[in-house]
Structure formats: structure tokens, C-alpha cells
Design a protein around this ligand. Structure first.
Ligand code: CDP
Length: 236
């Protein structure tokens, strides 16, 4: 893949990539960030870290007071190293643990709690302040970075998304394609139907269906759009 020299674009922009589970957001977002020398911010990992901390502390999503206290005391960091991004929860590396099935199933309920979102959105905006970011999630273009110069809504069929998860980790975990399809469809339903910052396409987002695209092809298209958006932003 061709790397674009840093500084070749007039301005370091913000790129928001939203979409449902397994659409390829994190893979594609990382590739795009890498090409431009931008920072990649995986907001899903932050919600996963909160869910893990709450599960460990025995605090349920219905206990909003306790949850608010817990979240305000958490130190969540995303660190980029040679082997990808590491997620640190109060200094502990929880990169693997936040991908467990138990955490994955629990996240939407915790992510629907206003105090959790308020705290994480505050952190995410602070991380994006300097520009030159690719941020992926569910509400980036609609809520976190409504002024992002480029917004992408990445999607793919449920079957294809389940197939990707199966190849990625499901097979190794002894899951079937059907189980993953059901779990992904259920998570989509919860994320899209919650009251606060639901998963919806921002009005000004560009839809990219990756069902029959490789991650490289999707990243190519986004990089092209980003070049254009950066040129536009430069003149603004
Ligand atoms: O990687 P995958 O698509 O499976 O999910 P993720 O991006 O790691 O996000 C996990 C969960 O966090 C989602 O199912 C949402 O419930 C929640 N989330 C959210 O509410 N808002 C975001 N900006 C990112 C994730």
C-alpha cells in the first residue's frame, strides 16, 4: 500500500468512520490512519474497557449512580505500538480481555448509559483536538465529531460481517457462523434502537458497503475521499 507523505495534504483533518459490528471499521480505519500518519482512535475499545471494569466490579448497567462513580475514576488509554493498538485500563493491558464474548455481549447495555457516554465522548473529543485523526465507532459523525471533514458510514451484509468475525476469532472460540450472525444482529438492534446517540448514519456521511470489497479497497476509497476533503478544508 502506498503511504502518503505526511504534510502532502493541506490540512490534517478528522475522519469519522461509523457503522455496525464487523463492517471492517477498525481494520480500515487503521489502514487509513497509517497512510496519512494520523492517530487512530478505536472508541469501541473504550466502551469495551468500561464494560469490563463494570463487570469486574459487579456494577450492572441499571445502577447509573454507581456506574457514574466507577467511570469517572477510570483511566483509559489507547497506545499504538508495533503490534497494533493496546488498551490500558488503569495501567493494566486489557487488549485481549475486552474482546471476550462476555464483554462483547455486555457492552451495548453499558454504552446506552448517559453518564458512560458523556465521560467517553469528553475523552474522545480531547484526543481529537489536534486534528489528524481517524476515529471509528457508532456516533462519531453524529455526536462526537459533528464537524469532521470526512464522514464514512461503513456497512456490509450481516452474513458477511458474521463470516469475517468467524475467520477473525469465532472459529478459534468454537462458535458457529449462525451463532455469530445472531449475536451481531442482536448487537445491531441494541445499538440502533437506544435512546442516546444511536447507531445511525449522519446526514452528510458517505455510505461505503464493504460486502464485496477487501479492506485494502475500502481504505483506498476512503483515502481518496480524505485527500479531497483535506484539499477542501485547506481552502476553508
Ligand atoms: O468491533 P465491533 O464492531 O464488534 O464493536 P466495537 O466497535 O468494538 O464496539 C463495541 C460496542 O461498543 C458496540 O456494540 C456499541 O454498543 C458500543 N459503542 C458505542 O456505543 N459507541 C461507539 N462510539 C463505539 C462503540
Amino acid at each position: 500500500m502506498t503511504k502518503i507523505a505526511q504534510g502532502s495534504s493541506p490540512r490534517r483533518i478528522a475522519i469519522a468512520i461509523d457503522g455496525p459490528a464487523g463492517a471492517g471499521k477498525s481494520t480500515v480505519a487503521r489502514m487509513v490512519a497509517d497512510r496519512f500518519g494520523y492517530v487512530y482512535i478505536d472508541t469501541g475499545a473504550m466502551y469495551r474497557a468500561v464494560a469490563l471494569a463494570a463487570l469486574r466490579a459487579g456494577v450492572g448497567p441499571g445502577d447509573s449512580g454507581e456506574l457514574e462513580r466507577l467511570v469517572s475514576g477510570l483511566d483509559i488509554r489507547l497506545e499504538t505500538g508495533d503490534n497494533g493498538q493496546r488498551v490500558l485500563l488503569n495501567g493494566e493491558d486489557v487488549t485481549g480481555e475486552i474482546r471476550s464474548r462476555e464483554v462483547t455481549a455486555a457492552v451495548p447495555a453499558y454504552a446506552a448509559v448517559p453518564a458512560v457516554r458523556a465521560r467517553l465522548v469528553e475523552l474522545q473529543r480531547a484526543m481529537a483536538k489536534a486534528g489528524g485523526v481517524v476515529m471509528d465507532g457508532r456516533d462519531i459523525g453524529t455526536h462526537v465529531l459533528p464537524d469532521a471533514e470526512l464522514k464514512i458510514f461503513l456497512t456490509a451484509s450481516v452474513r458477511e460481517r458474521a463470516r469475517r468475525r468467524y475467520e477473525e476469532s469465532g472459529r478459534a472460540q468454537g462458535l458457529t457462523l449462525e451463532m455469530l450472525e445472531r449475536e451481531i444482529a442482536e448487537r445491531d438492534r441494541l445499538d440502533a434502537s437506544r435512546e442516546i446517540a444511536p447507531l445511525v448514519k449522519a446526514e452528510d456521511a458517505i455510505v461505503l458497503d464493504t460486502t464485496s470489497l477487501t479492506a485494502e479497497e475500502a481504505a483506498d476509497r476512503i483515502a481518496m475521499l480524505a485527500e479531497r476533503a483535506a484539499l477542501g478544508a485547506g481552502g476553508a
